[in-house]
Design a protein around this ligand. Structure first.
Ligand SMILES: [Zn+2]
Length: 266
């Protein structure tokens, strides 16, 4: 690192990831590892993963993946999954019946430089399932292929929105997962009530469409897992964005249990 690159223009990855390392050492329920590593401008960057199995339930474990930091300039999306994991250490029963795989930092170079794009200047969230050679995309695609998750949750922060909002596919999932997640998180930050958000038609902060190439399940995976994107307004105070996202994650875990119980007649 050159002397010109000061601490004020870059972020400290070691300080960021320290809570994860501490969790992995202090609590055997957390398994912290790296799903990929690559070099950029002489520095080695790693993509961390934390596995956590909640207390068992009567049903088969539900496998969920939680992603953050795909855009490097959205720190709430990195800090919220870490805060979520720290709370699970104190209250593991919040994840009863779940096997969670949490990927809090998918774009470490972007995070360090505070840029949306990665080290090659690319928006990673347009490159999934189109043979991208970007190491961040390949590592996540490997994970998604190897573990057939039941659901994917991706966190983002949007500096053009006026409140929290989200995307998911299909009316049933929108009403059974996204709606309750937005409702509970709206006690922390209100919803974006505009009819058009990020170029999509929206209702009460809910969008039922998405861009091509976003992080999603492998195209051939059947049955399709649920796929939900939760966005916080990036200009809101960081602690509120984290609280809203953690609240949304907790609610999705609670509601998906209920959703499956109805669906399977448990
Ligand atoms: Zn984003």
């Amino acid at each position: 690192m050159s002397a010109a690159v000061s601490a004020s223009t870059t972020r400290d990855l070691r300080a960021l990831l320290e809570p994860l390392a501490t969790l992995g050492q202090a609590d055997t329920a957390f398994h912290v590892s790296v799903i990929g590593a690559f070099d950029h401008e002489g520095a080695r960057h790693a993509l961390p993963r934390v596995l956590f199995s909640g207390p068992p339930a009567a049903h088969d474990p539900i496998r969920l993946a939680i992603f953050g930091g795909l855009h490097g300039d959205e720190p709430a999306s990195v800090l919220a999954p870490i805060a979520f994991l720290e709370r699970l250490a104190a209250e593991p029963e919040r994840a009863t019946g779940y096997e969670l795989a949490v990927y809090p930092l998918l774009n470490p170079v972007g995070y360090v430089n505070n840029t949306r794009v990665n080290g090659d200047g690319l928006d990673l969230n347009r490159l999934f399932w189109c043979d991208s050679a970007q190491p961040e995309v390949r590592a996540v695609e490997r994970e998604l292929t190897r573990t057939r998750f039941d659901g994917l949750i991706t966190l983002h922060a949007d500096d053009t929105c006026e409140g929290i909002y989200g995307y998911t596919r299909g009316h049933v999932l929108t009403e059974s997962l996204l709606e309750p997640a937005l409702r509970s998180a709206s006690y922390v930050i209100p919803r974006d009530q505009r009819a058009l958000i990020d170029g999509f038609a929206a209702r009460d902060g809910k969008i039922e469409a998405c861009f091509e190439g976003v992080l999603s399940a492998p195209p051939g995976q059947r049955p399709r897992p649920f796929d939900l994107i939760f966005e916080t307004p990036a200009l809101s105070p960081l602690d509120l964005q984290i609280e809203a996202a953690v609240t949304a994650l907790d609610t999705i875990l609670d509601e998906y249990r209920v959703f499956l119980a109805y669906g399977q007649g448990l």
